[in-house]
Design a protein around this ligand. Structure first.
Ligand SMILES: Cc1cc2nc3c(=O)[nH]c(=O)nc-3n(C[C@H](O)[C@H](O)[C@H](O)COP(=O)(O)OP(=O)(O)OC[C@H]3O[C@@H](n4cnc5c(N)ncnc54)[C@H](O)[C@@H]3O)c2cc1C
Length: 433
């Protein structure tokens, strides 16, 4: 073996502490062997006292709201739980846009604070769908690419929890290949006239606005003729039809545009550069804690069920297979969590989490599918009953998750597409044309 293996750079896990401890003799950070250098680090993932205090504040708020009856914890609440009342309360706490720059009304707080906030929202299954998308990615797009007028008009509405913005990207024949989209936006005086159809638009029935990607130059190469708009759903010519998914949810919809006249001032960013803008947004869309913890209420309830339930005269937790499968879930959950923390680390440095998000999302959504399978197995036949049945254990969360989780590895980029990103940009393999 020739040469030394290069010392890898020490990751700084956000402002969480991670240090090489050279005070402890047997844990000196580097041991030098003839041919290799082995790096030993103590990874201390504790949060700062301020961060812990913030977590407690969020927990107390959520527990109070549950006691007041504002919501009942549910799976997929970040994407299917629509409660304007809850969103307004979160806004009143100042927790919408906490990482946004102060000049745009945000609190300019760290990505770690947002991580803590979202982790707790998901842990408690809080109904955050009215504001999740706008807070997560649309606000950022507006303050990054928008005009001053757009910032003044739209950002305060997001921060006050007054608008719900759906994501209008996919079309019947443009999913993974988003650049194949056909919805057209044609200039006409002070307007763009929109014609076409969007598919799987999140929040469709509830949204006040849609963030639309449309073709503005049909003659240009497909990635180069696309622009982004923010559109008020009250404009004439917009028809929304719910998509009833495999779980019976109507959280998504088809949106039809029939000669919709959108004032030109609602073009976001540069005309014909929308595809590159949206790629950046997608990194934020696919990389949050919601890709791991959307069904966390089921995980917690399942563990409690196993601790408290007796079957055939014995506690369920005594079954070695049950113990092993739950332990395996816990191991995978912690790995997924670390992958998502790494995403936050990258964002904290002001970079878009591209490869990191592409690594984390397939792993984490696969974990959610695994959780749903384990829950279904452990709960047995009763576990297949829907929440409407009085006999459904864990208020029917298992069958919901089992069916809903099939879509997790499609939405916001399929596993195949994301692994392609990891191969090309993570491993530097030449792209396949
Ligand atoms: C629950 C759910 C919610 C969604 N929410 C939204 C939303 O809010 N807004 C929105 O705009 N869209 C949304 N989508 C749409 C989602 O982004 C698309 O479903 C996704 O991009 C895949 O596109 P497609 O369904 O057209 O499948 P296709 O692109 O036709 O893919 C079909 C299969 O082929 C594979 N494939 C395609 N291209 C390649 C390739 N180059 N290499 C290898 N394999 C490939 C895919 O991985 C997939 O398995 C949602 C979808 C679901 C299921």
């Amino acid at each position: 073996m020739g040469g030394r293996v290069k010392n890898p750079p020490l990751p700084e896990f956000m402002n969480l502490k991670m240090r090489a401890n050279d005070n402890i003799p047997h844990l000196n950070p580097t041991f030098h062997f003839p041919d290799i250098v082995i790096l030993v680090v103590i990874m201390d993932f504790t949060f700062t006292p301020e961060q812990e205090a913030f977590r407690q504040e969020v927990r107390s708020f959520l527990e109070d709201e549950i006691k007041k009856g504002t919501f009942r914890p549910m799976c997929d609440a970040w994407i299917q739980g629509f409660s304007w009342e809850f969103t307004k309360k979160v806004a009143a706490k100042g927790w919408l846009g906490i990482t946004w720059p102060k000049e745009y009304g945000g609190l300019g707080r760290s990505q770690v604070d947002r991580l803590i906030l979202t982790e707790e929202m998901l842990r408690y299954g809080a109904p955050a769908a009215c504001h999740w998308f706008a807070e997560r990615q649309i606000g950022r797009a507006i303050y990054t690419y928008g005009t001053e007028e757009q910032k003044q008009e739209l950002l305060p509405k997001i921060l006050r929890g007054e608008v719900c913005i759906g994501l209008g990207m996919s079309e019947p024949e443009a999913g993974s290949d988003l650049a194949a989209l056909k919805t057209k936006a044609v200039e006409d005086g002070d307007f763009y006239v929109i014609n076409g159809q969007k598919m799987w638009t999140s929040c469709a029935r509830y949204m006040t606005h849609i963030y639309l990607v449309a073709r503005t130059d049909p003659a240009a190469p497909k990635q180069k003729g696309i622009s982004e708009f923010i559109i008020d759903c009250k404009l004439p010519g917009i028809t929304i039809r719910p998509i009833i998914d495999i779980t019976g949810s109507e959280a998504w919809g088809e949106v039809f545009f029939d000669d919709v006249h959108v004032p030109k001032k609602y073009l976001i960013g540069e005309k014909n550069c929308g595809f590159y803008q949206i790629l950046n947004q997608l990194d934020y869309e696919r990389s949050g804690m919601e890709r791991l913890m959307g069904n966390y209420p089921l995980f917690e309830a399942l563990i409690k069920f196993c601790k408290e339930t007796r079957r055939h005269g014995k506690p369920v937790y005594e079954d070695p297979l049950v113990r092993s499968r739950l332990a395996q879930l816990e191991v995978e959950f912690e790995v997924g969590r670390m992958l998502l923390y790494r995403v936050v680390q990258v964002m904290e440095k002001g970079k878009a989490p591209n490869v990191e998000a592409a690594i984390a999302k397939p792993f984490c959504t696969t974990w959610e599918q695994h959780l749903a399978s384990v829950a279904t197995d452990i709960l047995g036949l009763y576990g297949q009953l829907w929440k409407e049945s009085e006999y459904a254990p864990l208020i029917g969360m298992a069958p919901h998750s089992f069916l809903a989780s099939k879509g997790y590895s499609l939405q916001a980029g399929t596993n195949e597409i994301l692994k392609g990103i990891v191969a090309a940009r993570g491993l530097g393999m030449p792209a396949i044309t």
